[in-house]
Write a protein that binds this ligand. Structure first.
Ligand SMILES: [Zn+2]
Length: 276
């Protein structure tokens, strides 16, 4: 069944667990993710990222995802990840997505606020949720995210109050892509962010989840992270399985199955397994 991000994260906050956002890139990855959620009886945030639209055009992704969400026996939120273009985000809302991320993290603070407010107005009118990013989660390629800007707790309070955003992505030492060396997370900053954001009812989001240790995940969820973004890890799992298969037909099935196993393991670790 199709639900909003807000609904999924509310339950996660009440019961103190994390929910993975798993990005699909094609039919096989989407099927692997869905099968995992059904097998683990876990709520699911199924996403597609704006940056991947050259790989899978949005109308195809939206059709596949909507069909799966409606058919699923577990709650599924359809999320548009890292939207930067207004038109692309509106396209997702028009298609019935229940959550969109507006990523204004590379913009000056006031412009990030203005952009988030604009998206919140449209999304909320349609009953969808909005995630924004404050601070900036950089890329693992540039020396484990040297371009990252850690999120300031006081600014987070101001940002939430001025935008009315439903979930906030924070920068605490993670980075997108494959880490070159083990990332060091600023857990005390996260604890502070949780302390100040908790009274506002705005859950925190961790980007750059692929490559973190089990302990990192437990630690961040314990300290307030409710949504964990996973993408690179699934690409690597699918790639390994596909390459090891003897042919194309066996390869696509192996890729789907290996995505499924990777997602199942994350759902158990994040504590969302058995919550649907
Ligand atoms: Zn991200």
């Amino acid at each position: 069944m199709l639900v909003t991000l807000k609904e999924i994260l509310q339950d996660a906050e009440e019961k103190k667990y994390g929910v993975g956002l798993f990005n699909m890139l094609n039919l096989e990855t989407a099927r692997g993710i869905l099968e995992a959620a059904e097998a683990e009886r876990s709520p699911l945030i199924l996403g597609v990222a704006e940056v991947h639209l050259p790989i899978i055009p949005f109308p195809y992704a939206a059709q596949i995802m909507m069909h799966m969400a409606k058919e699923a026996s577990v709650p599924v939120c359809l999320h548009f990840d890292h939207g930067t273009r207004y038109e692309a985000i509106m396209e997702a809302l028009k298609a019935g997505f229940t959550s969109v991320m507006f990523d204004g993290s590379a913009l000056p603070y006031e412009e990030n606020i203005a952009g988030t407010v604009e998206i919140c107005r449209a999304a909320h009118a349609l009953g969808a949720s909005v995630e924004a990013e404050l601070g900036h989660v950089g890329n693992a390629q540039d020396g484990n995210g040297e371009s990252s800007q850690y999120t300031d707790p006081q600014q987070a309070v101001d940002f939430i109050a001025k935008t009315g955003v439903d979930a906030l992505a924070v920068a605490i030492g993670t980075a997108h892509g494959q880490y070159r060396e083990k990332p060091v997370l600023d857990i005390s900053r996260l604890a502070k962010l949780y302390e100040v954001s908790r009274p506002t009812g705005t859950p925190l989001v961790l980007h750059g989840g692929s490559g973190l240790s089990d302990e990192d995940f437990r630690n961040t969820i314990e300290n307030g992270i409710r949504k964990v973004n996973i993408c690179t890890e699934l690409c690597l799992a699918a790639d390994r399985a596909y390459r090891a298969a003897p042919g194309f037909e066996t390869g696509v099935v192996a890729a789907k199955d290996s995505v499924k196993e990777a997602v199942r393991a994350r759902m158990r670790l994040f504590g969302s397994a058995g919550k649907a």
